[in-house]
Design a protein around this ligand. Sequence first.
Ligand SMILES: Cc1cc2nc3c(=O)[nH]c(=O)nc-3n(C[C@H](O)[C@H](O)[C@H](O)COP(=O)(O)OP(=O)(O)OC[C@H]3O[C@@H](n4cnc5c(N)ncnc54)[C@H](O)[C@@H]3O)c2cc1C
Length: 415
Amino acid sequence: MKKYSAFAVAREALRDHLGWEKAWQSPEPRSTYDVIIIGAGGHGLATAYYLGKNYGITNVAILEKGWLGGGNTGRNTTIIRSNYLQDPSAAIYEKARSLYENLSQELNYNIMFSPRGVMMLAQTQHEIRGYERTAHANALQGVSTEFISPQRVKKLCPIINIEGPRYPVLGALWQPRGGTARHDAVAWGYARACSDMGMHIIQQCEVTGVNTMNGKAVGVATSKGTILCEKIGIVVAGHSGVLADMAGFRLPIESVALQALVSEPIKPCMDVVVMANTVHGYMSQSDKGEMVIGGGADGYNNYSQRGSFHHVEETVRALVETFPIISRLKMLRWWGGIVDMTGDRSPIISKTPVKNIFMNCGWGTGGFKAIPGSGWAMAELIAKGEPGPLAEDFRVTRFREGQFIDESVAAGVAH
Ligand SMILES: Cc1cc2nc3c(=O)[nH]c(=O)nc-3n(C[C@H](O)[C@H](O)[C@H](O)COP(=O)(O)OP(=O)(O)OC[C@H]3O[C@@H](n4cnc5c(N)ncnc54)[C@H](O)[C@@H]3O)c2cc1C
């Protein structure tokens, strides 16, 4: 793989940019691999990358039914933070956040990580207590957060209306090294690095069945034929239930649509990420100038990847009351993704009833921020056959044991 650098850009400028090579190869599948990863979203690609980097396992195929990064990874609002309440969550999200810090250099691909700071507004007494508690928990976990005053909120983000027509801003949980990254670039960067290690990324290759023998998976049926393997990692977000069904087990997971939208681009007016969980909306400004806006998930199960007017209306109403200056902005486009929700709003990184199939799912509305940490933990699980310290609490059997990692209240909103 040729290294991207200022020197390379200058060299290519002198020869009409004819020397760039494809960022990743698109090979036809081989008949057999050591490991098959199903799903070329951020989590699947990161899993493959750390399998190669940390364990030297490179005879890997990543099978994708559409195009890589075309699932939730390319549809999210890119918020990165690690200020979770529960210890296992804080550990894996902080691992991910810290890996994001140097990911551009590591992958030699600019993922545009921007640690501009994330604030979660407290607009009720309940939220103040909740976020103060989280700030104390984060101090013990080694995650750098702080509960800040309304005046500090206004200073950090002058366009917020802290008086609020319904809910004045009473403070915020502030994570200064939280932020955003370019979501497609995260998928592309990992894909390029995987391809460079000789792994096969096979797009337009839908897995339609899982072949098992004596309680063990031996391969998968795909739209490009049967492919054999030693181990399988299923990393398909909203389609996790469908794949688990193919492998013969059930998951405690639901799929719902989550929507986002962006405005027309405007001049820079906001250099932090703000989440207003009581009125329910969140916003940041992209490098192109668009205001990136997200809201809540649909209240019913579905596999739709589209937006809907009633959600747009609800979300925009919440944000106009928080940021009155956006009231005359035109909205440019909106879309949906299929998110995989567990009952405790925490992920599953786990062995399964089928011996050599491993699951990574349940990231719901908040898994973009976790991609590097999740890939790291999932690679360890697949390579060793047992979870490491980052993954062990996220086993699927916790739902039967009553060992929930409850982030639904702690996070307020799980982005
Ligand atoms: C609107 C929206 C906003 C969000 N905002 C944030 C945010 O601000 N911050 C945050 O941290 N998270 C956010 N998220 C959540 C985040 O996007 C997801 O948790 C994360 O991207 C999941 O990544 P993934 O790799 O697991 O899944 P995906 O990126 O969805 O990848 C799964 C892949 O599996 C493929 N697949 C499915 N079935 C098959 C099959 N049978 N065969 C082969 N391939 C298959 C799919 O095509 C897909 O490409 C948001 C999500 C949405 C939808």
